[in-house]
Design a binder for this molecule. Sequence first.
Ligand code: KG4
Ligand code: ZN
Length: 379
Amino acid sequence: MIILAIETSCDETACAIVSAKNGEIKILSNVVSSQIKLHAKWGGVVPNLAAREHLKNITPVIETSLKEAGFTSKDIDVIGVTSGPGLIPALLIGVNAAKTLAYVWQKPLLGIHHIEGHIYANFINEISAISNNQFPNSKQIKNTKTTNYKLQTTNQIKFPILCLVVSGGHTQLVLMKDHLQYKIIGQTLDDAAGEAFDKVARILNIGYPGGPKVSEHAAVHKPKTTNYKLTFPRPMLSKNNFDFSFSGLKTAVLYETKKHPSLLKNKSYVAAVCHEFQQASIDVLIAKTLKAAEKHRPKTIMLAGGVSANTELRKQLGIAITKFIPNTKYCIPAPNLTGDNAAMIAAATFFRFQKMSETQKKSTKENWKKITADANLKM
Ligand code: KG4
Ligand code: ZN
């Protein structure tokens, strides 16, 4: 089956074509046009500017995706599109483009939840799933031959899955007993993890988007030689549930830096703040995931969402699983599939379409009339 998918929920205009065959999902093209530079000067995504860019880019992005895969409309079996959650002006561009293609090409169309897409990035046959302590990062992926990452087929991933979703808008622990079945067993009570990284970067004035900047600065921190020994709180650790809270941690960073505004020019101070903030976030994410695993006994623990690009989180969660629950498989998305992309939406589209009865599949041909963008879509 060949799936074309579109994603425009935030600041990436994306179109991908994937094939799904014999339990393998392969990317044939994965085009992402990023608006990072445009939004950087505002320190965050401006919804109407995002929509304007999506509108400019959506047609070339779709055309490029088809061209790179060497396909025309005739080769496409089903279309998927992110229908929510996200910024409405942004979502509308992708949803309307997908509806137009579905009508003109007379193809089935499915609306996909953005977070479901992030989760299904793990089911794509990139260098992604691992069960040992090998942790690919974006530099290593360019030289995959010298490393021993494992390619997976989708049926190698065993349920139940406990998925730690960490993105700019969501932080959740999701329990999946089977494909497309989601039970949210814990979530953030305030800021999402990625949002906290972005806000801390803004406090420190180290650039946008914050997550990668904070982790870059944290990586140069030298704990043995630094003059700056900081301790930030690990919120919610003592609470007997699987919920998170990041806004207090962000405020702790704000108070710390307000005490020493002149130190913001000092690289080793900024590195120390980034390192301690990142470690506090990771400690809480890992502790809650292990606590949830103790109760729900998943066969697989999975990481998903933009913050899953964080090398330390990828590494430390893997080490913790190997140490405390060694029989649990650990699955992380390929580095090029951690951020927003349409290949993950295509993978989710495949699983949704495959599960439908023939009558349901037929009715999806009328979906170009029915699907709407929903900023607060529930999973
Ligand atoms: O999933 P995503 O691309 O968009 C949403 O669905 O929200 O996630 C974006 C978030 C941003 O907050 C960004 O700062 C964060 O993921 N992020 C990171 C890293 N790379 C991206 N956070 C921590 N470390 C990173 N390396
Ligand atoms: Zn996302």
